[in-house]
Write a protein that binds this ligand. Structure first.
Ligand code: F6P
Length: 280
């Protein structure tokens, strides 16, 4: 796992440079030499592919940017799924974005996730790496990721981060979200899964929800690259993650790009979701 941590750290440092210095979303434009520039999220995908390829322990990778999984080392053990630049449309407006990684042992299945990680590219670059029941926060300082602390959530938080378009929410979901606001929860939602969940983890509680909606009954967020890694991280940090009823980490996956409705938070809020969704 140390080598995978290293590969992710190296990717994150290179992605930070790409974000700071390269084309920011003007895809298909030509650079000074007349070459077509790659979109930033494709550049980030290639950076991660290159760094992970150096690790013989990695059997296969799957990326949000690639249609199919790619075998790297047939004798390797780990399967790594990643979203190279989640929330990339927020780059144009200079909000925080992130990379997400799920590390699976032997196959892309929720029950086989053995570590997960995300990197936040904000005013500072931070990384959270979770394994063996612990989620640790690292800060990029002078070119290296230094461990800051172990992250532990409390029983209940104050933040409500409701994803999706309200007019497409089921009525019971709206009632639940309104109920939390009526209890005093504060709205905190940037539209980037990584910074929005990072905030809940660092503030030690709250709820992030992305429900099934009338236009997307299976939700928007992808199981292998977004949902399972964050479910694993929340559980390691003492929180919980469900699809409304059951643990996200017990869901099946048929296709690498499958999505699921998802709720991440501290225990009080997740119990609130369970009660609301029990009748559905
Ligand atoms: O996966 C893409 C993403 O940008 C996530 O980072 C974010 O949580 C979500 O979509 C936001 O979706 P919406 O704008 O529908 O709330």
């Amino acid at each position: 796992m140390t080598t995978i941590f290293q590969a992710i750290s190296n990717s994150a440092k290179r992605i930070k440079v790409a974000i700071d210095t390269k084309d920011i979303g003007y895809s298909q434009e030509q650079n000074a030499s007349g070459e077509t520039q790659l979109q930033l999220d494709i550049q980030c995908d290639l950076i991660i592919e290159e760094e992970l390829s150096k690790m013989p322990s990695i059997h296969t990778i799957a990326s949000e940017e690639k249609e199919h999984p790619m075998v790297l080392h047939p004798k390797g053990r780990f399967y790594v799924a990643f979203d190279p630049l989640d929330g990339s449309s927020l780059i144009d407006v200079n909000l925080s974005v992130g990379s997400i990684f799920g590390i699976y042992d032997g196959a892309f299945e929720s029950s086989r996730i053995v570590a997960a990680c995300y990197v936040v590219y904000g005013p500072r670059v931070e990384m959270v790496f979770a394994e063996e029941g612990k989620a640790r926060l690292y800060l990029l300082q002078e070119g290296e990721f230094e461990m800051v602390k172990e992250m532990r959530m409390e029983e209940k938080g104050k933040i409500n981060a409701p994803g999706g378009t309200q007019q497409n929410w089921p009525t019971y979901h709206k009632t639940m979200i309104d109920g939390l606001f009526n209890e005093g929860y504060r709205l905190r939602y940037s539209g980037g899964m990584v910074p929005d969940l990072h905030q809940i983890l660092l503030k030690k509680g709250g709820l992030f929800s992305y429900p099934g909606t009338s236009d997307k009954p299976e939700g928007k967020l992808r199981k292998l690259f977004e949902v399972f890694p964050f479910a694993y991280i929340f559980e390691c940090a003492g929180g919980a993650a469900i699809d409304g009823k059951g643990r996200l980490l017990e869901l099946d996956t048929r296709d690498v790009h499958d999505t699921a409705p998802c709720f991440f938070g501290s225990h009080y809020e997740i119990e609130t979701v369970r009660r609301c969704y029990a009748h559905t």
